[in-house]
Write a protein that binds this ligand. Structure first.
Ligand code: HEM
Ligand SMILES: [Cu+2]
Length: 841
């Protein structure tokens, strides 16, 4: 590689040469080469554009639903197709539009907002995008051939179980959504790592733009919200495919287990959708009101509080399933409590408007739409949190009306405001003559006509998810009005689309900061270059552009940090999490096809599982691991370089030599998600233990003393040896550290044999949910031991290939984190399998 010949010296070139040099390393080739792009601007745009296409598809499905419901006893769609269409509408809107739109928005904007050149893990963004595209396409193809999922977007068991949905439809949902959710988890990890570690120098946590706070909290919620859903999907797919009866009450399972796992995800999901939108509001509103936002700290606290509260609320979706009264009371009051942090934000917004000099520009118009709609949705939400009322309107169109006031009000309107606000940034153009105003009126009038009336339809008793109703019910007028309204709204969205396209083609060039905003994304050229900042700013306040309107020019001339290209590297800065002090130079990977290929192999795995080609699926797994290992050579260094200049007389070490590089954070975060999945599984086992009768059947607990001894011994050996390999004295001697890693590897192999022995002592998992759950949790532990072995092998390879030295220990520390975790969940598994029966009797 080029590294070895160069000597890391740098000189600041002229602005034009600087731009050319940066463009040469950060730019992406044309044609097919575009597929190799990993740059956040490009990948972010792809996410946003794809999500918008899915929004259009979801909207067309909504129109089909409304056409069907417009008249009584309509023969437009049969029941089977209707079920597929409303399921796909909900699924597309929640999983393929709202969440990916947030991911794309965060990826496009975050580095620019934070004064960085890219996300912390650009290849992960690209990989997540391809998984999203392929998984989403799977669902669409299924719909095109009439095999779309049909159990509703929350897929309740037993309706979605094999007995009631024998076809492939439910499998497509479970497998497709799990595939798509890889992108949510990877986005969560890298958004958090990016916000915490790769901000501009000086940007301490309390100087972060509010939007970054919102995105940080949202990403944390995804990190803890999605694992229960993914776990639940895997369990249900395992039941459908291999007849492991986790949700089957005749064999020790329980259908409600699915509801708990689903809503553990599903309720936070609503806030995962709302919070980024609220972040957009908190960003746009003060700029258009021409004053700083009121109550920065109060907003941060309320957003964090909202996130915590929302994880305790899932049961309010289950008030009618028969749960204890005390639980009803708790979850009911907790649900109304959510109104408090939401109100804090709303008062902050109103206060900002009142204290400022608001301008009624186009984004503001959409913000006003957001206010009015969202507040009504919030009020009906409080009504629904009250148990007796909930019993009255449960699963009627009242709920459909509420959820659309919240989702469309809380996400779609802010998103439209954001679209107009950031369009000049995306396209470098300002709108000429705006269709945005008539589009707004069509959308808001159409929306209210559709959904305000739907509250009435619900109170009149019309259930949701029915494909037809009789003429004598009294539901025909409100339904017809709703349907007409929805078509008015659709025309509004069409007009919005036309407006954006016209703007793209015919807008006039925009100045760099058309709104006179204070945040850093407006300090760069629009549309942005791939490297975003020619040099990185030093941040001293929350609105750097307010104090220094010429900051953009200063940075473009190379006056900030890293205003040069060193050795052809892609560089950005890494900081201390709290203080924002510079800690390291983060060297980012070049564009590569590897994420695309890895996603393709991942797709092979999911498609193979769908068509029950399990041998292919089993072969795909090691292939995926091998592909991921192929990502790693460029993320390490083969020699110590010491402190390198970063401009303005300052110096920093490379991330490979830093104490806390982003990759170590990423591993920690991944393990947090992993631990959540494990905890959900343990929760499921405890839940069945408590609710299912005769659980477990005593005859089923099979002792395997040898297996227990080998697995516990192997796991502990792996963990201790992995840790020893990272000790100072050991790292210094290549031979010692490799010996420790070999012992760690052997420990994990012994553990694998032990776990296999324990599994063999469990009765056939198809007999009873206890045997199924026990087998699954043991396999979970086994997979971790297998990966721990891979990490130990990886450490040996990296050590031999020269990637490890006394200062370059990241690879070993990442592996050690994994083996710590493996030992912890392995021991926990043994305790659950053998300890619980003793404790629970
Ligand atoms: C574009 C305007 C929209 C219209 C006219 C519309 C219409 C509808 C209708 C009529 C239903 C009830 C289906 C039934 O019960 O049979 C429904 C369900 C639903 N909608 Fe929408 N919708 C729209 C936008 C959205 C958006 C933007 C989202 C989310 C971000 C969304 C999420 C949902 C969900 C989750 C369901 C529940 C589906 C289920 O019960 O499985 N909708 N929609
Ligand atoms: Cu909820």
């Amino acid at each position: 590689m080029m590294d070895e010949r160069t000597n890391d010296t740098v000189a600041a070139p002229s602005p034009i040469r600087l731009h050319k040099q940066l463009d040469a390393v950060w730019g992406t080739p044309g044609g097919w080469g575009r597929l190799a792009a990993v740059n956040h601007t490009i990948v972010g745009r792809r996410f946003i554009a794809t999500a918008f296409v899915f929004f259009g598809i979801g909207g067309i499905l909504a129109m089909l639903i409304r056409a069907q419901l417009a008249t009584p006893r309509s023969a437009f769609l049969g029941p089977e197709i209707y079920n597929q269409i409303f399921t796909m509408h909900g699924t597309v809107m929640m999983f393929l539009f709202a969440i990916p739109m947030f991911e794309g928005f965060a990826m496009y904007l975050l580095p620019k907002l934070l004064g960085a050149r890219d996300m912390a893990f650009p290849r992960l963004s690209a990989y997540g995008y391809w998984c999203y595209l392929f998984g989403g396409s799977m669902l669409l193809i299924a719909m095109a051939v009439g095999l779309a999922p049909n159990g509703g977007w929350f897929m309740y068991t037993p309706l979605s179980s094999k007995a009631y949905t024998p076809g492939i439809n439910s499998d497509i949902w479970l497998i497709g959504i799990t595939f798509v959710e890889i992108s949510a988890l990877s986005a969560a990890v890298e958004i958090i790592a990016t916000i915490l570690k790769t901000r501009a120098p000086g940007m301490s946590l309390d100087k972060m733009p509010l939007l970054a706070w919102y995105l940080l909290v949202t990403a944390f919620m995804m990190l803890f919200g999605f694992p229960p859903l993914i776990l639940g999907s895997i369990l249900l797919e395992v039941e459908r495919a291999f007849d492991l009866p986790l949700f089957d009450p005749t064999r020790g399972g329980d259908a409600l287990l699915w509801q708990h796992l689903f809503w553990l995800f599903g309720h936070p999901e609503v806030y995962i959708i709302f919070l980024p939108a609220a972040g957009m509001v908190s960003t746009i509103l003060p700029v258009l009101a021409r004053r700083e936002i009121v109550g920065y700290s109060a907003i941060v606290i309320s957003v964090v509080a909202l996130a915590f509260l929302s994880f305790g609320l899932w049961v309010h979706h289950m008030f009618t399933v028969g749960i204890p009264h005390l639980a009803l009371a708790f979850f009911s009051s907790a649900s109304t409590a959510v109104a408090v942090p939401t109100a804090v934000q709303i008062f902050a917004w109103i206060g900002t408007l009142a204290a400022g000099r608001p301008q009624l520009k186009l984004p503001m118009l959409y913000l006003l739409g957001f206010f009015s709609v969202f507040v009504i949705g919030g009020l009906t939400g409080v009504m629904l949190a009250i148990v007796p009322f909930n019993w009255q309107v449960h699963d009627t169109h009242f709920v459909v009306a509420h959820l659309h006031y919240v989702l469309v009000g809380g996400f779609v309107f802010p998103m439209l405001a954001a679209a107009y606000y950031w369009l000049p940034h995306f396209t470098g153009r300002v709108p000429r003559h705006s269709l945005g105003v008539p589009a707004f009126w069509l959308i808001i009038i159409g929306f209210n006509v559709t959904f305000l009336v739907m509250h009435l339809t619900g109170l009149l008793g019309m259930p949701r998810r029915i494909h037809g109703y009789g003429a004598e019910t009294g539901w025909e007028w409100p339904n017809l009005v709703s349907s007409v309204g929805s078509f008015v709204m659709a025309i509004g969205f069409a007009l919005f689309t036309v407006d954006v396209l016209l703007h793209w083609l015919h807008g006039k060039r925009s100045a760099r900061n058309p709104w006179r905003a204070g945040t850093l994304e407006w300090a760069i050229a629009v549309p942005p270059t791939n490297y975003a900042f020619a040099s990185l700013p030093d941040v001293a306040t929350r609105a750097p552009l307010q104090e220094r309107p010429d900051l953009g020019n200063h940075l473009a001339r190379g006056g900030g940090y890293l205003g040069f290209v060193r050795n052809g590297w892609l560089e950005t800065l890494g900081v201390d999490v709290m203080s924002g002090r510079v800690e390291q130079i983060v060297r980012l990977p070049n564009q590569t096809m590897l994420p695309l290929f890895t996603a393709l192999v991942t797709g092979v795995f999911f498609v193979a599982v769908l068509f029950k080609l399990y041998v292919v699926a089993l072969l795909a797994l090691p292939a995926i691991v091998a592909m991921l290992l192929a990502w790693t050579p460029v993320s390490g260094e083969r020699r110590d370089r010491g402190a390198l200049p970063i401009g303005n007389g300052a110096e920093a070490v490379l991330h490979s030599e830093a104490r806390s590089p982003p990759s170590l954070w990423a591993m920690g975060l991944t393990l947090a998600a992993d631990a959540t999945a494990f905890a959900s599984l343990a929760f499921g086992i405890l839940f069945l233990w408590v609710v299912a009768p005769n659980w477990p059947p005593p005859s089923m607990i099979g002792w395997a003393p040898w297996g227990v001894a080998l697995s516990a011994g192997g796991l502990v050996t792996g963990f201790i040896a992995g840790r020893i390999a990272t000790l100072r004295g050991v790292v210094r001697s290549g031979r010692l550290r490799e010996a420790a890693l070999v012992i760690a590897l052997l420990g994990q192999i012994v553990a694998l044999f032990g776990i296999a022995d324990v599994i063999l002592a469990v009765p056939p998992p198809t007999q009873h949910a206890y045997a199924a759950a026990t087998t699954i949790i043991l396999i979970y532990a086994g997979l971790h031991a297998a990966l721990a072995a891979v990490f130990a092998g990886f450490g040996i390879w990296r050590s031999r290939a020269g990637y490890v030295s006394q200062t370059r220990t990241v690879d070993l520390r990442i592996g050690a984190l994994w083996s710590d975790f493996t030992a912890a969940i392995g021991i926990a598994t043994l305790l659950i399998v053998y300890g619980l029966p003793l404790v629970m009797g």
